[in-house]
Ligand binder design. Structure first.
Ligand SMILES: Nc1nc2c(ncn2[C@@H]2O[C@H](COP(=O)(O)OP(=O)(O)OP(=O)(O)O)[C@@H](O)[C@H]2O)c(=O)[nH]1
Ligand SMILES: [Zn+2]
Length: 358
């Protein structure tokens, strides 16, 4: 009989075993470290696999239920499920968190997904393709603490994908670019390097670029309807929810998010610096510490524009994103300051009233 001792040899492959129910949901040491073995029964770990209007759908070892909204959690989060008071369930520290400025006039921060390992920023080789939008998504992903991959779909609709691939590659040296026909049989294979067992991946991008099609390519036979999952809302109507983690046959978890029409960055300075690290490096070397890089003679950025090593359009996009982020982040802080001042006003008014009553 031939025995396999490789697991005992230095550098040998670890012994293979079936993943546990939690590992199939993406559980790992980062989360295990945060939970007491004694507390496992009273407050078992569960993952938020979907967010519905009526509550959070959570899954764990032998657990699959919907708890009322309450925990400040988003899809992908791990909770310690408080069985007696589900609303009080605690959110475990995250590996990563994707957020944006909520659309509309308010400046609230909206949580999009937590504990994602890889984000596929999806766009197509047609009119949807837009470098500024790619940079925006990549900045959002860097800010979340996640490595993105750019996926260009609909290669079958163009004679030459080269200009699209080259423009996408120019976004960041740190971001791989994959071009494919999302409906083709090779789609799942093209993404296989990132879709490993126990990993959680997400597709981000505008409406219609092929996110659901790619999700289905990974899900294979278990494919979801591209319309999303149906759920009864409070009024008994059918609505569609599209913030849901799906398990693929090979043990990877996939999140397909609805297309985002408005993607505004907030508090994303680190992410923006990550995308434009070439410009940031030039700025850091500029001999004028308070340089606006506009007219100053000898400015490193202006010199790079003159000698052709920096694209002026890219510089303009960097400025625009920075300005937007500064505006959104500042007004968020300012608003908090205003709220605080208002709270103080209310408290002193109440106090004055109480004093009058005495
Ligand atoms: N020719 C071609 N069509 C594609 C490709 N990828 C997606 N499509 C088609 O484009 C349409 C939109 O695809 P979806 O996968 O629903 O797009 P989505 O990004 O999920 O869109 P939202 O759900 O609105 O966010 C569908 O009709 C797809 O069949 C591709 O690579 N080539
Ligand atoms: Zn300068």
């Amino acid at each position: 009989m031939v025995r396999d001792y490789s697991a005992f040899l230095p550098g040998g492959a670890p012994a293979r075993r079936e993943p546990t129910a939690l590992e199939r949901l993406g559980w790992g040491p980062v989360f295990a470290r945060q939970i007491d073995a004694d507390a496992l029964n009273a407050t078992p770990p569960v993952r938020v696999v979907a967010v519905h209007r009526s509550g959070l759908q959570v899954a764990g070892d032998g657990i699959d239920e919907t708890i009322p909204p309450g925990p400040d959690a988003t899809v992908g989060d791990w909770l310690r499920l408080d069985r007696a008071r589900p609303r009080a369930s605690r959110v475990l520290d995250r590996k990563s968190l994707i957020k944006r400025r909520a659309p509309g006039t308010g400046r609230e921060v909206q949580l999009i997904a937590a504990n994602i390992d890889t984000v596929f920023v999806v766009t197509s080789c047609n009119a949807d393709f837009n470098v500024a939008r790619l940079e925006r998504y990549v900045a959002l992903t860097f800010e979340a603490g996640i490595d993105p991959v750019i996926v260009l779909t609909k290669t079958d609709l163009t004679d030459d994908t080269t200009p699209f691939v080259e423009a996408a590659r120019a976004v960041s040296e740190r971001v791989p670019v994959v071009a494919l026909d999302a409906r083709g049989i090779e789609a799942a294979q093209a993404l296989a390097d990132w879709c490993k067992p126990g990993r959680t991946i997400a597709f981000l991008g505008s409406s219609g670029v092929g996110k659901s099609t790619l999700t289905n390519a990974l899900l294979g036979a278990q494919a979801i309807a591209t319309q999303g999952i149906r759920e009864d809302d409070a009024r008994g109507r059918h609505t569609t929810t599209r913030r849901e983690l799906h398990g693929t046959p090979n043990g990877c978890l996939v999140l397909d998010t609805p297309g985002m029409r408005e993607l505004q960055l907030t508090n994303a300075a680190t992410g923006i610096a990550g995308v434009f690290d070439d410009i940031e490096a030039l700025a850091a070397r500029c001999r004028f510490t308070d340089c606006r890089h506009e007219t100053e003679p000898g400015c490193t950025i202006l010199t790079a524009i003159e000698d052709g090593s920096l694209n002026p359009a890219r510089l303009a996009r960097w400025r625009k994103l920075q300005a937007e982020d500064a505006f959104n982040s500042a007004s968020f802080a300012e608003r908090r300051e205003k709220d605080r001042a208002f709270g103080k006003l209310v408290r002193s008014a109440v106090k004055a009233k109480l004093n009058r009553k005495r």
